[in-house]
Design a protein around this ligand. Structure first.
Ligand code: PEP
Ligand code: MN
Length: 337
């Protein structure tokens, strides 16, 4: 249920309304927008019939949210969510690029990559220390050692780091090193993990599952938001279809649909979507044209010898050229990069 407050509602009135809702056993989430303040009452809505909220001072109207996702929906919050992370942000008019290798390999390689992507204009460094590999015999990541390298690359460059959390037991460890916690495609519906990451309170990059619908992605985001953490970046990274020419099929229409349904920032990961370095540039440019707030791109200085996802990694020189081209498209649609 959403409770729309009057423009002149006083602090005391807001407190009183919150207390009433909490006394009925529902959780209260406040959304203070530019135009209006809204209270989201989440829980057993039948309880609300016991209290005529419309009658409370400060209340303008009470409306049910028809959608199954509530806190992440545009009904609850109309203004786009801009998430501040370190010295940058995501979700505003500037398009942000997250770049770096698939997995953290050596400290020297990572720092070199971080410096290069930063020079080209990336605002975040990515790299996996815990890798979700299809085969148990493939490189699984460096674990905590990799997290340490990420931290030193961040200290060296000032770029905040994005890294994946796969197991609820590692939440504290990852939260200690990461600026943004990534939930990978394979874990989009790992509900315990989503709740844990919600409780951790750090910004989250939530990737769409290989066979996850847009609605399911939003429901997964709702799990995180329900824990009081709305610093969620949604990521379209390709879905599984019958097509085999690309690793997955990039669902570009997810961007305008998500932008309509939710206030959360939306980014595109063309690397995991197409799985081929030669297709990254056209799809990255298309992502900007359809309104993505950011991109996640795998960059490696020696893709041929990369321990993971070399075939879809751009060399730093190619990445730099792409950034220049993307900038032109951003300008054409009235945004910056
Ligand atoms: C990754 O970002 O390295 C990754 C494993 O992505 P996904 O979960 O989208 O496959
Ligand atoms: Mn990868």
């Amino acid at each position: 249920m959403i409770i729309v407050l009057k423009k002149n509602a006083t602090k005391e009135e807001v407190e009183h309304i919150k207390e009433k809702i909490e006394a009925l056993g529902l959780a209260v989430h406040l959304s203070e927008g530019k135009e209006r303040t809204i209270i989201g009452a989440i829980g057993d809505e039948s309880k609300l019939s016991e209290a005529p909220l419309e009658a409370l001072p400060g209340v303008e109207s009470v409306m049910p949210i028809q959608k199954p996702y509530k806190l992440v929906s545009r009904d609850f919050k109309d203004d786009p969510t801009v998430i501040k992370i370190g010295n940058t942000d995501i979700g505003g008019s500037e398009i942000r690029v997250i770049a770096g290798p698939c997995s953290v390999e050596t400290e020297a390689l990572l720092i070199d990559c971080a410096k290069k992507v930063k020079d080209s204009g990336a605002k975040f460094l990515r790299g996996g220390a815990f890798k979700p590999r299809t085969s148990p015999y493939s490189f699984q990541g460096l674990g905590e050692e990799g997290l340490k390298y990420l931290r030193s690359a961040s200290d060296e460059t000032g770029l905040p780091v994005v890294t994946e959390l796969m197991d609820p037991r590692d939440t504290e460890l990852i939260a200690e090193y990461a600026d943004v916690i990534q939930i990978g495609a394979r874990n989009m519906q790992n509900f315990r993990l989503l709740s844990e990451v919600g409780k951790a309170g750090k910004p989250v990059l939530l990737k769409r599952g290989l066979s996850g619908t847009i609605k399911e992605l939003l429901m997964s985001a709702e799990y995180i938001a329900a824990e009081g953490n709305s610093k969620i970046i949604l990521c379209e990274r390709g879905i599984r279809t019958y097509e085999t020419a690309t690793r997955n099929t990039l669902d570009l229409s997810a961007v305008p649909i998500l932008k309509e349904e939710t206030h959360l920032p939306v980014v595109i990961d063309p690397s995991h979507a197409v799985g081929r370095w030669d297709l990254i540039a056209p799809m990255a440019k298309a992502a900007i044209a359809v309104g993505a707030d950011g991109l996640l791109i795998e960059v490696h200085s020696d893709p041929e010898n990369a321990l993971c996802d070399g075939a879809q990694s751009l060399k730093p020189t190619k990445f730099d050229m792409l950034m220049k081209d993307m900038r032109k498209i951003a300008t054409a649609i009235g945004r910056t990069l």
